[in-house]
Design a protein around this ligand. Structure first.
Ligand SMILES: [Mg+2]
Ligand SMILES: [Zn+2]
Length: 174
Protein backbone atom coordinates (compact mmCIF):
# COMPACT_ATOMS: atom_id res chain seq x y z
CA UNK A 1 0.00 0.00 0.00
CA UNK A 2 1.12 3.52 -0.72
CA UNK A 3 0.68 6.73 1.17
CA UNK A 4 -0.67 9.78 -0.62
CA UNK A 5 -0.60 13.51 -0.26
CA UNK A 6 -4.11 14.62 -1.23
CA UNK A 7 -4.37 18.21 -2.36
CA UNK A 8 -7.39 20.38 -2.94
CA UNK A 9 -6.78 22.48 -6.07
CA UNK A 10 -8.28 25.96 -5.81
CA UNK A 11 -6.72 27.78 -2.88
CA UNK A 12 -3.94 25.19 -2.44
CA UNK A 13 -2.30 24.66 -5.82
CA UNK A 14 -3.56 27.86 -7.42
CA UNK A 15 -4.76 31.16 -6.09
CA UNK A 16 -8.53 30.92 -5.71
CA UNK A 17 -10.45 32.66 -8.45
CA UNK A 18 -14.14 31.95 -8.93
CA UNK A 19 -14.75 29.33 -11.60
CA UNK A 20 -11.21 29.43 -12.91
CA UNK A 21 -10.61 27.49 -16.12
CA UNK A 22 -8.20 29.58 -18.20
CA UNK A 23 -4.50 28.82 -18.15
CA UNK A 24 -3.64 32.53 -18.12
CA UNK A 25 -5.62 32.95 -14.88
CA UNK A 26 -3.87 30.08 -13.12
CA UNK A 27 -1.33 31.32 -10.59
CA UNK A 28 0.57 28.77 -8.49
CA UNK A 29 0.61 29.37 -4.75
CA UNK A 30 3.98 30.02 -3.18
CA UNK A 31 5.41 26.84 -1.68
CA UNK A 32 3.27 24.29 -3.52
CA UNK A 33 6.16 22.83 -5.52
CA UNK A 34 8.36 22.57 -2.41
CA UNK A 35 5.54 20.87 -0.51
CA UNK A 36 5.04 18.30 -3.26
CA UNK A 37 8.77 17.71 -3.71
CA UNK A 38 9.12 17.06 0.02
CA UNK A 39 6.35 14.46 0.20
CA UNK A 40 7.25 12.90 -3.13
CA UNK A 41 10.76 12.29 -1.78
CA UNK A 42 9.19 10.50 1.19
CA UNK A 43 7.34 8.18 -1.18
CA UNK A 44 3.90 9.77 -1.14
CA UNK A 45 1.80 9.76 -4.30
CA UNK A 46 0.39 13.17 -5.09
CA UNK A 47 -3.31 13.17 -5.85
CA UNK A 48 -5.60 16.13 -6.45
CA UNK A 49 -9.26 16.09 -5.37
CA UNK A 50 -11.23 19.10 -6.54
CA UNK A 51 -14.87 20.25 -6.57
CA UNK A 52 -15.63 21.78 -9.98
CA UNK A 53 -19.28 22.75 -9.92
CA UNK A 54 -18.54 25.33 -12.63
CA UNK A 55 -18.99 22.42 -15.02
CA UNK A 56 -22.62 21.63 -14.12
CA UNK A 57 -23.26 25.36 -13.85
CA UNK A 58 -22.14 25.66 -17.48
CA UNK A 59 -19.37 28.19 -16.77
CA UNK A 60 -16.83 25.90 -18.44
CA UNK A 61 -16.82 22.46 -19.98
CA UNK A 62 -15.21 19.14 -19.10
CA UNK A 63 -12.89 19.80 -22.06
CA UNK A 64 -11.88 23.19 -20.61
CA UNK A 65 -11.18 21.53 -17.29
CA UNK A 66 -9.14 18.74 -18.88
CA UNK A 67 -7.12 21.23 -20.91
CA UNK A 68 -6.21 23.21 -17.80
CA UNK A 69 -5.48 19.99 -15.91
CA UNK A 70 -3.08 18.70 -18.58
CA UNK A 71 -1.27 22.02 -18.56
CA UNK A 72 -1.09 22.01 -14.75
CA UNK A 73 0.27 18.44 -14.63
CA UNK A 74 2.91 19.44 -17.14
CA UNK A 75 3.95 22.46 -15.04
CA UNK A 76 4.43 20.12 -12.07
CA UNK A 77 6.41 17.74 -14.29
CA UNK A 78 8.78 20.60 -15.18
CA UNK A 79 9.50 20.84 -11.45
CA UNK A 80 10.16 17.11 -11.25
CA UNK A 81 6.82 16.39 -9.59
CA UNK A 82 4.52 13.61 -10.69
CA UNK A 83 0.81 14.17 -10.14
CA UNK A 84 -0.58 10.65 -10.02
CA UNK A 85 -4.15 11.68 -10.77
CA UNK A 86 -6.59 14.58 -10.63
CA UNK A 87 -10.09 13.63 -9.49
CA UNK A 88 -12.86 16.16 -9.93
CA UNK A 89 -16.52 16.43 -9.04
CA UNK A 90 -18.44 18.31 -11.74
CA UNK A 91 -21.69 18.26 -9.75
CA UNK A 92 -23.70 20.54 -7.53
CA UNK A 93 -26.56 19.23 -5.39
CA UNK A 94 -28.99 21.95 -6.46
CA UNK A 95 -28.37 21.33 -10.15
CA UNK A 96 -27.47 17.68 -10.50
CA UNK A 97 -28.69 16.15 -7.25
CA UNK A 98 -26.66 14.68 -4.45
CA UNK A 99 -23.46 12.84 -5.37
CA UNK A 100 -20.85 10.94 -3.42
CA UNK A 101 -17.87 12.80 -4.86
CA UNK A 102 -18.43 16.44 -3.93
CA UNK A 103 -16.47 17.29 -0.80
CA UNK A 104 -17.32 17.06 2.13
CA UNK A 105 -18.26 13.62 0.76
CA UNK A 106 -15.20 11.34 0.66
CA UNK A 107 -16.00 9.77 -2.75
CA UNK A 108 -12.97 11.05 -4.69
CA UNK A 109 -10.58 9.98 -1.92
CA UNK A 110 -12.17 6.52 -1.70
CA UNK A 111 -11.95 6.17 -5.48
CA UNK A 112 -8.22 6.94 -5.29
CA UNK A 113 -7.79 4.37 -2.53
CA UNK A 114 -9.37 1.75 -4.79
CA UNK A 115 -7.47 2.74 -7.90
CA UNK A 116 -3.99 3.07 -6.37
CA UNK A 117 -4.23 0.91 -3.23
CA UNK A 118 -3.73 3.89 -0.92
CA UNK A 119 -3.10 3.55 2.78
CA UNK A 120 -5.49 6.31 3.83
CA UNK A 121 -4.70 6.08 7.52
CA UNK A 122 -1.13 7.18 6.81
CA UNK A 123 -2.01 9.69 4.12
CA UNK A 124 -2.29 13.45 4.38
CA UNK A 125 -4.77 15.96 3.01
CA UNK A 126 -4.28 19.69 2.54
CA UNK A 127 -7.26 21.93 1.91
CA UNK A 128 -8.40 25.51 2.37
CA UNK A 129 -12.02 24.83 3.28
CA UNK A 130 -13.51 22.94 6.15
CA UNK A 131 -15.33 20.69 3.68
CA UNK A 132 -11.93 19.44 2.47
CA UNK A 133 -11.02 18.50 6.03
CA UNK A 134 -14.41 16.85 6.56
CA UNK A 135 -13.90 14.73 3.44
CA UNK A 136 -10.49 13.65 4.75
CA UNK A 137 -11.91 12.64 8.12
CA UNK A 138 -14.83 10.80 6.50
CA UNK A 139 -12.34 8.85 4.37
CA UNK A 140 -10.25 7.87 7.41
CA UNK A 141 -7.26 10.14 6.77
CA UNK A 142 -5.64 10.95 10.09
CA UNK A 143 -3.57 14.00 9.20
CA UNK A 144 -5.18 17.00 7.58
CA UNK A 145 -3.98 20.55 7.27
CA UNK A 146 -6.11 23.61 6.74
CA UNK A 147 -4.22 26.26 4.80
CA UNK A 148 -5.39 29.68 5.88
CA UNK A 149 -3.07 32.48 4.80
CA UNK A 150 -4.94 35.07 6.85
CA UNK A 151 -4.56 33.05 10.04
CA UNK A 152 -8.09 34.18 10.89
CA UNK A 153 -9.82 30.83 10.65
CA UNK A 154 -11.15 30.24 14.13
CA UNK A 155 -11.58 26.54 14.60
CA UNK A 156 -11.08 23.56 12.37
CA UNK A 157 -11.28 19.81 12.63
CA UNK A 158 -7.92 19.74 10.86
CA UNK A 159 -4.82 18.40 12.61
CA UNK A 160 -3.37 21.87 12.21
CA UNK A 161 -4.14 25.21 10.60
CA UNK A 162 -1.15 26.72 8.79
CA UNK A 163 -0.60 30.12 7.23
CA UNK A 164 2.19 28.96 4.87
CA UNK A 165 2.32 25.76 2.87
CA UNK A 166 5.86 25.05 4.04
CA UNK A 167 4.66 25.05 7.65
CA UNK A 168 2.97 21.73 6.88
CA UNK A 169 6.13 19.72 6.58
CA UNK A 170 7.78 21.50 9.47
CA UNK A 171 4.83 20.56 11.67
CA UNK A 172 4.49 17.09 10.16
CA UNK A 173 8.11 16.10 10.69
CA UNK A 174 8.13 17.14 14.35
MG1 LIG B 1 -10.18 25.08 -2.23
ZN1 LIG C 1 -19.93 14.79 -7.59
Amino acid sequence: MKKALFLDRDGIINVELNYLYKIEDFKFIDGIFELCTHYQSLGYLIIVVTNQSGIVRGYYSEADFEKLTSWMINEFAKEGIKITKVYHCPHHPELSGACSCRKPEPGMILEAKKEFDIDLENSILVGDKERDIEAAIAAGIKKSYLFDETGLHKTSKATKTVSKLKDIYYVDTK
